[in-house]
Ligand binder design. Structure first.
Ligand code: AQP
Length: 334
């Protein structure tokens, strides 16, 4: 059976891109014959400054989001990264396997560090080695992520390959990224060339998982578009980034292909399509929002779920870390 691992950073502003590109697909995997492990990656979050109180709140809120979106803590293993110390321990080993040059090529580092890369944290630079450890400390075989994580997953494969080669073992699996469906790259509602992102200063650029129905409808009504009617063929969406984005969102929310959506809405003006999309988005999102808010009133329950998840996770990660240490020559404690 496939072992599926993925994570989301508890950095607040969980949005529709995180939902369609990650959360919703996590839930789909849970329904299949697979072992599923999902992580709130707080150690990744602190690669850029996080206010401690906000980080705590966002971690619990993310856990509530996981459950509200349909993840069952009895079925999937839900964990907070810092509660499973083997992630960070294996990451150190991978820091010694990965090469500086590999890290320097990572576009996310370049984007996030900006012009003043000398001032970025060492953790931000090493981010993909920790991500490789998150995945490989479970010997995970499948990693559902959005398009933006493709390069990091290639690096995970490079690290596994180099480790296996350097130590002459066949120990870490070469993991498959799973990047499929219409929701793997949701773009900003204000600019079709930028991905929808937690850190965008414009709140109107994204639909947050905490937005109420009116806010969702308003943001969709105000989303940037062009003046033309919708095409009936997919080819008609090329060069129309904003139109393409809204159709993609509709398809992903409604579990349809883009072709199927266009067969229904081709020829319609945005004045007609946007209310349809708003209605669909509210119908799909508001039950999640409501459930998230309810769960947030039971923090102790959330904390128990995380503690239980960590215990289940460590039954997998502790032996894999020990085997790794044995391979590289660390003397085991007696
Ligand atoms: N716009 C998106 N479309 C589809 N999938 C997306 N993901 C993120 N943005 C989109 C996917 O969500 C998962 C968790 O993301 P994350 O929180 O770990 O990473 P992130 O890239 O930091 O999220 P943001 O919103 O883009 O934050 P900032 O603004 O800090 O850069 C991943 O599977 C990711 O692919």
């Amino acid at each position: 059976t496939p072992r599926v691992f993925s994570g989301i950073q508890p950095t607040g502003n969980l949005h529709l891109g995180n939902y369609l590109g990650a959360l919703k697909r996590f839930v789909d995997w849970q329904a299949r014959d697979a072992e599923t492990i999902y992580c709130m990656v707080d150690l990744h979050a602190i690669t850029v400054w996080q206010d401690p109180a906000d980080l705590q709140k966002s971690t619990r809120e993310l856990c509530a989001g996981f459950i509200a979106a349909g993840l069952d803590p009895e079925n999937s293993i839900l964990i907070n990264q810092s509660q499973v110390p083997e992630h960070a321990q294996l990451a150190w080993v991978f820091n010694c396997v990965a090469r500086m040059g590999w890290m320097q090529r990572m576009t996310q580092f370049k984007d996030k560090a900006g012009k003043n890369a000398q001032n970025a944290s060492l953790g931000l630079f090493a981010y993909p080695a920790l991500m490789a450890a998150d995945i490989l400390v479970y010997h995970a075989t499948h990693v559902p992520v959005g398009e933006d994580q493709k390069q990091h997953l290639e690096l995970t494969r490079d690290i596994a390959t180099k480790f296996n080669h350097d130590y002459g073992v066949d120990f870490f699996p070469i993991t498959e990224p799973v990047i499929e469906g219409a929701g793997t790259r949701v773009m900003s509602l204000r600019d079709g060339s930028k991905k929808m992102s937690k850190s965008d200063v414009s709140d109107a650029s994204r639909i947050n998982l905490t937005d109420d129905a009116d806010t969702i409808a308003k943001k969709i009504r105000k989303a940037k578009t062009d003046p033309d009617a919708l095409p009936s063929e997919v080819a008609g969406l090329s060069d129309r980034a904003e139109a393409k984005n809204l159709v993609n969102i509709f398809a992903a929310l409604n579990n349809q292909s883009v072709e199927e959506v266009l067969a229904d809405v081709g020829g319609k003006q945005f004045s007609e399509f946007k209310p349809m999309l708003a209605e669909l988005a509210v119908a799909k999102m508001s039950p999640i929002t409501t459930e998230m808010a309810r769960l947030m009133e039971h923090q102790d329950e959330i904390d128990k779920i995380l503690a239980r998840g960590a215990e289940r996770a460590r039954a997998i990660t502790a032996p894999i870390l020990r085997q790794t240490y044995d391979i590289i020559g660390m003397v085991p404690p007696v």
